[in-house]
Design a protein around this ligand. Sequence first.
Ligand SMILES: Nc1ncnc2c1ncn2[C@@H]1O[C@H](COP(=O)(O)OP(=O)(O)OP(=O)(O)O)[C@@H](O)[C@H]1O
Ligand SMILES: [Mg+2]
Length: 358
Amino acid sequence: MKIKAISLINFRNYRKIDISIDSKINLLIGRNGQGKTNLLEAIWLCGYGKSYRTSNTKNLINFSNKGSELRIELNNLGFKNEIKVLIHENVKKIFLNDKRIKNRAELRKILSAVILDKDFKNNLEKSFKPRRIILDSVISNFSNGFNKKLKLYNKEIKRKNELLNSNGNNELLNFIDNRLIEYSYKVSTERKLWLSRITIFSEKILKKLNPEFKLELVFNSYCTNTKLLSEKFKLNSEKEKKAKRSLTGSHKDEISFLFNGSDIFEFGSEGEKKSVSMALKISEILLLKKINNAFPIILVDEIGSEFDEERFNFFFNFIKSLEAQSFITANNKNILEKTKNQQFGIFSIIDGDCKKIS
Ligand SMILES: Nc1ncnc2c1ncn2[C@@H]1O[C@H](COP(=O)(O)OP(=O)(O)OP(=O)(O)O)[C@@H](O)[C@H]1O
Ligand SMILES: [Mg+2]
């Protein structure tokens, strides 16, 4: 998939832009607060039907307006497609080739994207919960089935918590627990499977940086064993009534990665954590290519400033070597020096205006 053109009207700080894209690698250069991340968000929004930065649709519309329009033209293996998103106050309408789309999964076949930014690493290193949530969002990109199961699971957990909070009846609690046992097994088994695949890919990438590097997944969960899972639900039942919240199931899975034998997000240096996070993201790109038979669009937000020279060059060259189209933001001109004489599209972003400069 390749983006050929982007048009935005009243999206975030953009009033009206129309840009055509004819390069594989595109640099978006601009100082702080000019609209670089907003442009990446617009691309993402067209592929996923929602933003990765806000759940409040209204915030996407330019402050002085009530509506916004985004349009992206794509080339998918020789076929032309156009995705259009119309936003009015809190309502979003999405069109593919002028036909209204209700099922967002259809969009991903036309435009899927992977974002590389600081948030990924930040969430991985916080604690088990944000780590699980961010990795679940990666797995949901691979598997629509997983996404659906996870939504059903979360709905039941919410119902159970409400019931526990209001001292609800035991029969209904048992009914919900039986469902949760079934969903927990499915969610955790699929979660473990995808994470194992991601870890294998990531280790291969890290070994290119240094052949001595090793990466292992530690998946700490009783949910992949049906017997243990049922026992745990029985064992925790009284505790949960006292705590008035659910303490059992897939939302208690603990995910860690061992880098050369020790927990990377517990003991790793900044550079090591950045490299492992980057390798996990690149694995996402490579796995999406396998699944969809097409590379996703790669969106890189300010990642360059996070690495030393050697690692920056390694990851930059890796992204360059892929057949994927990428959009890379930078707020300093140094990146221009590094990329001199290359066939890149370079765009200057100033105060919500975007102009191609080479
Ligand atoms: N709905 C909106 N309407 C108008 N302006 C907005 C809206 N939402 C965000 N902005 C503004 O858009 C500007 C650009 O934001 P963006 O995150 O794209 O900056 P950036 O170029 O990525 O900067 P940085 O280098 O600091 O990351 C910000 O000043 C922000 O306040
Ligand atoms: Mg930004």
